[in-house]
Design a protein around this ligand. Structure first.
Ligand SMILES: NC(=O)c1ccc[n+]([C@@H]2O[C@H](COP(=O)([O-])OP(=O)(O)OC[C@H]3O[C@@H](n4cnc5c(N)ncnc54)[C@H](OP(=O)(O)O)[C@@H]3O)[C@@H](O)[C@H]2O)c1
Length: 240
């Protein structure tokens, strides 16, 4: 995908990785970047058009796809990490947390991609970038189960949409990454990829026509661990 001259839509563009995507796309020569955020705030950068969007509001997603007819790259970046309590009797709280993860991390990128697919096709095919996670493949802790489940489902929907959209000439790029130095990973231990570097690596993969990119050693290590089954990823379980 040629980024120079493209028109991109980035969700969750007000902070973290999303804000870095906006800057990196402009630096790579994008003609315009729609910076979507819940507040619709103006990032005050030349070439950036602020857009108000809660990605879980499906009607707004559909309306936006009717309005922004020049988009050629959709970056599904917005995400949430709602801690999930898998024990106790408060089932509504458990299901509510899982729903929150799924609404934002799974259903929203599905809807955005589906709504914008005809727009991308009309503009020559274009590309969709789905920001997934190493936690699409792995549960770090029981509290993270809802997040992992939402990203695992998003991964499979990404795989399905890639197959469908090939016919339109649309590149669908899945991004897996361990920890990045953003608000979301504030309490996570260990090395964290600077989000500016993550955005650069994603754009390089986009330019190279890739369909999947692993941004760090954590995601490469965990992906390799899948080959060894449950014992490879969760050695203390003793499972075969
Ligand atoms: N940080 C990590 O270690 C890490 C690792 C792997 C994958 N990821 C993924 O990377 C992506 C970017 O996350 P980040 O690290 O930059 O996290 P972040 O700093 O917490 O930013 C999350 C962004 O998503 C937006 N967002 C959340 N729910 C939304 C909604 N319903 N509608 C619109 N925007 C919404 C937030 O907007 P508000 O400001 O309005 O809340 C914010 O802009 C996410 O998909 C995340 O799952 C992160």
């Amino acid at each position: 995908m040629e980024i120079s001259g493209s028109v991109a839509l980035v969700t969750g563009a007000n902070r973290g990785l999303g804000a870095e995507f906006v800057k990196a796309l402009l630096a790579a020569g994008a003609a315009k970047v729609y910076a979507a955020s819940r507040a619709g705030a103006d990032p005050n950068l030349p070439g950036v058009v602020p857009v108000k969007l809660d990605v879980t509001d499906t009607a707004s997603v559909a309306a936006l796809a009717e309005e922004l007819r020049d988009v050629s790259i959709v970056v599904n970046n917005a995400g949430t990490l709602a801690a999930t309590q898998l024990t106790g009797t408060d089932l509504e709280s458990t299901l509510g947390a899982v729903r929150e993860n799924v609404e934002t991390n799974t259903l929203a990128p599905l809807a955005l991609t589906q709504a914008f697919a005809p727009v991308l096709a009309a503009n020559g095919g274009g590309a969709v970038v789905n920001v997934l996670s190493v936690l699409s493949w792995f549960v770090l802790s029981p509290e993270g189960a809802g997040y992992s489940a939402s990203k695992a489902a998003a991964w499979q929907l990404t795989n399905a949409q890639r197959i469908l959209l090939r016919g339109n000439g649309t590149q669908v790029l899945a991004v897996h990454v361990g920890f990045m130095d953003t608000d979301m990973a504030r309490n996570a231990p260990g090395p964290k990829l600077p989000p500016a570097q993550a955005a650069e690596l994603v754009l390089a993969a986009l330019r190279d026509g890739r369909e999947e990119v692993l941004l760090d050693d954590v995601s490469r290590h965990v992906q390799a661990g899948l080959a060894h089954g449950v014992a490879g990823l969760y050695p203390s379980t003793g499972a075969a």
